[in-house]
Design a binder for this molecule. Structure first.
Ligand code: PLP
Length: 441
């Protein structure tokens, strides 16, 4: 008997009730939250019952050492910030502010002017009455920057990833997705009805095996350009060769590449010397490109036309606010004029990685500003990050389920805004804490 579940008493759904009962019985052994439910919490008022169940789940997260606490910043995003509860300024080594443009005076000024001229927002989705000239201008700039036909803006790259696969891929089509792709890609693929194949991380033999066994109409290889937990790259040259061989399209997520990777910041294609080999690019405006919010898809015109007609996060969610559009637009202007910040983040990254490796740390990734300091145990990563804060360095420990069990790490992110002295100071702090915790000699 399932307690407190009125819908099951209607419409002759006893069969369903017995299935649910069986599931709950099973869950006594495996799921603490549902186990609580079967212990009789459902006899309490619904809210009390929910609080009991969630209390069990939250305790489980804390006991597993994977609780994510949030620190509160009381200043603008920058290389040097103030965090609530601490007296001194802190050096920030965990933002995606790769170019250091989040608080650039020209970016702020552009946002302010747009607020004055275009207002706070459109109170509308794009296709009803939410498209202004600045939205069209930004889409054109992005297309030009990536040298693609057309671009569609979203409120975030999460939305862009949630909206593309369901609109483009049908049950006749096949998706081939790297197993370590970002959560938003995984969720987006879940929403679509295409045949789904997951290949081992960057494993071209596995990808080829799956492509060769598929007779789907359209094939789409889906990968992060840069994998955000590891700072390593999709092998785009090899993926391109397989795409040619098996008639597949290529989609990449460039959130950790656009604006700063490659000689002029065009991203992973430029970095790996395979410009134009990818058919569809999704990226974010919320990291290097001003850091406010927003995402986009850029690619073939027919695809962008289709997304404007069918992509649900675009059709059913509010327009990007004018100040956000203007700040991203200003970043593209700055970048297209001058790519010296790209050189700066690259030089800073090399300095940090070289010094850390010389000090005996094990670093993941391949020269990317995402520098994972591999530590192994979750508790060590959390403790290390806390001690780093005491040294005036803000970094974050990442552990399961964000990265595999036993591969906890501190993910350092280098910015063009860091000075050489700040990089050196961070390395010194890593060494001091590393000695204290027995990570390095
Ligand atoms: N894709 C990747 C690889 C990301 O790292 C992120 C953000 O963390 C996203 C997509 C989502 O981007 P946004 O913050 O614009 O939703």
């Amino acid at each position: 008997m399932v307690h407190g579940h009125p819908p099951l008493e209607h419409n002759g759904t006893f069969k369903m009730a017995s299935i649910v009962t069986r599931r709950i019985t099973w869950s006594v052994v495996t799921k603490p939250g549902l186990a609580a439910f079967s212990r009789g919490y459902a006899a309490k008022p619904a809210l009390d019952s929910m609080n009991d169940i969630l209390g069990d789940t939250l305790s489980g997260i804390k006991e597993a050492g994977t609780w994510k606490a949030e620190r509160v910043i009381t200043t603008k995003q920058a290389a040097s910030i103030q965090v609530a509860g601490t007296q001194n300024k802190i050096l920030n080594f965990c933002a995606n502010n790769y170019l250091g443009l989040s608080s650039h005076p020209e970016v702020i000024e552009a946002a302010k002017s747009a607020l004055d001229k275009y207002g706070a927002g459109l109170s509308s989705v794009r296709f009803i009455c939410g498209t202004q000239d600045i939205h069209k201008e930004l889409e054109e700039k992005i297309s030009k920057f990536h040298n693609r036909d057309d671009t569609i803006l979203y409120a975030s790259c999460f939305d862009a990833n949630a909206g593309i696969f369901e609109a483009l891929m049908t049950p006749e089509d096949g998706i081939f997705s790297d197993e370590l792709n970002h959560a938003s890609i995984i969720d987006g693929i879940r929403l679509c009805k295409a045949q789904k194949n997951r290949y081992k991380h960057r494993d071209m033999a596995d990808l080829e095996n799956q492509l060769s066994n598929s007779n789907t109409r359209m094939k789409l290889i889906v990968t992060d350009g840069v994998f955000s937990m590891d700072g390593n790259y999709a092998p785009l040259k090899e993926i391109g060769a397989l795409a040619d061989k098996y008639g597949a399209l290529i989609f990449i997520d460039e959130c950790h590449a656009t604006g700063f990777l490659g000689k002029t910041g065009r991203g992973t294609e430029e970095f790996l010397g395979v410009e134009g080999s990818v058919h569809i690019i999704n990226s974010t405006l919320g990291k290097a490109l001003g850091g406010a919010a927003g995402g986009y898809t850029t690619g073939p015109k027919a695809l962008i036309d289709l997304l404007r007609q069918k992509s649900r996060p675009y059709l059913f969610s509010n327009t990007l606010p004018p100040p956000v559009v203007a700040s991203a637009s200003k970043v593209f202007d700055l970048l297209m004029k001058d790519s010296s910040l790209v050189d700066k983040v690259s030089a800073n990254t090399k300095r940090f990685r070289d010094k850390m490796q010389d000090a005996g740390f094990s670093l993941g990734g391949e020269g990317h500003p995402i520098c994972p300091i591999m530590l192994g145990e979750a508790a060590l990563a959390v403790k290390y990050a806390d001690l780093m804060l005491q040294e005036g360095i803000y970094v974050i420990g990442f552990s399961f389920p964000v990265v595999p069990k036993g591969k906890a790490r501190i993910r350092v992110q280098i910015s063009a805004a860091h000075s050489e002295e700040e990089i050196d100071h961070a390395v010194d702090a890593f060494i001091k804490v590393g000695r204290q915790l027995g990570v390095v000699n």
